[in-house]
Design a protein around this ligand. Structure first.
Ligand code: CA
Ligand code: CA
Ligand code: CA
Ligand code: CA
Length: 432
């Protein structure tokens, strides 16, 4: 896989400006200390104003790449290309934080750095100067299926893969680092493994099945209640069709939960499971030009999966690539769509309808004579509004494409199935 260099020159001037602002800021802090000290900690730290990049490692043998790990925060918050590319910033503004605070996204992965500044550190401004405090993490629930423990400490991320996925979904708009698709949205983290790459055994598969079941029920352990997540994001895959896994997916799907999974990073082998199950939305990866990534297995919808700046374990940041990182873009978009649907206090859209709208409103890009669809979060949430105002139309179809969706999905699954693979490939759970 490729290596990238961080292109941060363009923010140097702003950084200098910020350093002088901070000096002034410190003086202002003294005068307002009494008012804001109840918000815990001031976080004005000269060192953090330096943008440092340190190449630490690259997983050449693995299915996802941490291309660079950034050793300190990018202090001036960047809106990463991928967020703009799918119009996530416009979508969140359109839906509004109040509405999307009422939904939850479950992420089944290696855990999360729940204490990361991007999930806890908030900013407010007085006379244009930023003040920071550490609030409650937007990771609102954790469950570890390896140890059967509940709580945020139980889902600490020792790999980084899960933290990277969660950052793409939820990184705060807080003046540091990056932003996610839906900044600050409630995330449940179900830890399925300590490492993203794992041998596929009956035990590890059962952990995944357990993770889906636990995730779907939410913190109260009961399916069909408000605390159930609206969407489950799964950035892993393998090349075995496992009926018990399919059964639990069908169960969650029939409870109204939207399931999203990475298409996989083995284009020669087709789309991996669980993405390949008909109930699951399979997400492929595109680059900054909207071209499918060379490593991407076929998806029914695509999202950015290269050069993705996101959060990493240890309060860090990293640049990632893989369909693993495309998947959370779609999961978060689905959460925004359902938040929009719920504005009239009524959930109208089924997972099937959500998927139709998602695909219908996606950007169509022609590459080498083939059309792929890239998620457009803004178009998707606006389409949900039109459906809210006219829920009698059934199904909620905006363009003729969706009428052919059912048959094209069948083609999709047929054409992307190549189950005959080497044993070693079959028996690895790919961190996608
Ligand atoms: Ca941020
Ligand atoms: Ca529940
Ligand atoms: Ca819910
Ligand atoms: Ca509705």
């Amino acid at each position: 896989m490729q290596k990238f260099t961080l292109t941060a020159n363009q923010i140097n001037n702003q950084t200098k400006q910020r350093i002088s602002q901070t000096k002034m800021c410190k003086r202002v802090i003294l005068s307002v200390l009494v008012i804001v000290c109840c918000h815990q900690l001031f976080y004005i730290n000269g060192q953090r104003l330096l943008l440092e990049t340190t190449f630490i490692y690259s997983f050449s043998s693995s299915e996802y790449n941490t291309v660079q790990v950034l050793s300190s925060a990018i202090v001036l918050q960047l809106i990463p290309w991928n967020i703009k590319y799918i119009n996530a910033d416009k979508a969140t503004e359109y839906v509004g934080k109040e509405a999307y605070s009422k939904v939850q996204v479950a992420v089944i992965d290696t855990g999360v750095d729940y204490d990361h500044e991007e999930f806890r550190k908030r900013v407010f401004y007085i006379n244009g100067y930023p003040y920071y405090y550490w609030g409650k993490s937007c990771i609102t629930w954790g469950y570890n299926v390896i140890t059967d423990e509940e709580g945020l400490e139980a889902v600490e991320d020792y790999d980084g893969h899960g933290t990277a996925c969660v950052g793409i979904i939820a990184a705060l708009n807080n003046d540091v680092g990056i932003i996610g698709v839906a900044p600050g949205i409630n995330v449940y983290v179900i830890k399925r493994a300590n490492e993203a790459t794992e041998e596929l055994t009956e035990e590890s598969l059962n952990k995944i099945i357990e993770a889906i079941k636990i995730a779907a029920m939410g913190p109260d352990g009961i399916i069909g209640t408000d605390d159930d997540p609206e969407v489950i994001s799964m950035s892993f895959g393998f090349y075995i069709d496992y009926p018990e896994l399919h059964n639990i997916i069908k169960w969650a799907y029939n409870k109204g939960i939207v399931l999203v999974a990475a298409a996989g990073n083995k284009p020669d082998l087709g789309t991996s499971f669980p993405a390949k199950y008909p109930e699951v939305i399979a997400v492929g990866s595109v680059d900054e030009n909207g071209h499918p990534s060379s490593f991407s297995s076929p998806g029914e919808i695509y999202a950015p999966g290269e050069n993705i700046k996101t959060t990493f374990k240890g309060n860090g940041y990293a640049i990632m690539e893989g369909t693993s990182f495309a998947c959370p873009h779609v999961a978060a978009t689905v959460a925004l769509m359902i938040a929009e649907d719920l504005k009239d206090k009524k959930r109208d859209l089924t997972p099937k309808e959500i998927r139709e709208i998602l695909i219908n409103t996606a950007k169509q890009v022609n590459v080498n004579g083939k059309t792929i669809r890239i998620v457009d979060a803004y178009a998707a949430v606006k389409a949900v509004t039109s459906y809210n105002s006219n829920p009698s139309s059934d199904p909620p179809i905006i363009s003729p494409y969706a009428y052919s969706l059912a048959s094209s999905q069948e083609d999709f699954y047929e054409n992307t199935t190549k189950l005959i693979v080497s044993w070693s490939d079959e028996y690895i759970i790919d961190p996608t």
